[in-house]
Design a binder for this molecule. Sequence first.
Ligand code: ZN
Length: 289
Amino acid sequence: MGSSGKVKPLLFVAGVLAAGWAVLLALGGAALAGVGPNESDASAVTVALPSPVRNVRIIEARVPGRPLVLIDPGHGGQDPGATALSGEVNEKELTLQIARELRHRLAANGRVRIAMTRDSDRYLTLDQRSALARRLGASLYVSLHMDSAPNPLARGASIYSLSDVASDAEAERLAKVENSAVARAAGSDGSLRAILSDLAVRSQMTASANFAERLVRNSAGRIELRPQPHRFADFHVLRSAGVPAILFEAGYISNVEDEAMLRSAEQRSAIVRALAATIEADIAARTLR
Ligand code: ZN
């Protein structure tokens, strides 16, 4: 339904993975059932991805070999996410809309490679989303969501990054809600935790927090932010992504002003601009080091 889905740069289908991804495959295999490597030739490993993550389009940057950003429109399919105040639209539709607009903008700038966890109204588990970040060798994982609260006055965007301890009670509650989908998938987490070293997780947390702080700076005065917009908690999807990762709550669809803002392409563009600028600056800073 979006008008922003057209992206001009070269499109590739990520069916064949480079040899170096075999390690990532080992990580992802624990989280996804029915996945296994197939032999194709001596130099490449072909991975049979489960259907929801098959044929992921990777949009190339102007210069080859640029870091890849994985954009994750929250919810989808049987999981609509929160319903807007008006009852006319669900979170899953708006997250996809923003994701497409963000992809469009990043593609136009051509500084990073881009992929999306979904580009249609389809259901993906949290593990499928985070496994994709590892499989694609993403440098950054950005999950897009919208808040909803019983208080109709609550509004503004917030950014969550991974932490062992939550920044506040609300962040802890949100992580519980987001993680609840995982509890149903038995044994999805244990093997992964054993593989990822504590040191790697610390550096992932620091890089994610840096990204979140940068996004706050780039958003201030341009988009409505909640007080203390950078919050943190133990989000399963962020932890298991294994790369710098944030969860961006673009606003409250339970608030009349925020809903109107999130449903207006023109007003969404401020969010998209802030996200794109932050993504490009973050990748540039980490690539230079
Ligand atoms: Zn959500």
